[in-house]
Design a protein around this ligand. Sequence first.
Ligand code: ZN
Length: 90
Amino acid sequence: MAQVLDLLAFEPVARSGSQWYGCCPLHETPAKGQRYFSVNLALGRYYCHRCHSHGNAIELWAAATKRPLYQATIDLCQRLGREVPWIKRW
Ligand SMILES: [Zn+2]
């Protein structure tokens, strides 16, 4: 989650432990000092009190890049230099 926030250039306005608040990276025109967006780094979940978008780190990346979850996951893994966690069938 922290890496996704990094890619989105998210800057928290306030922090309380692993709970961070700031303006929502999903809104088109983020204004300074807004804190609708709440993210819990320990749980890896986010929630926006304005657009009501919520989910995990991959869902946040998918919403921010406006891609389907599948493509967003592959894209995110490539950006972070990680292997795509394919589910192996056997
Ligand atoms: Zn929002």
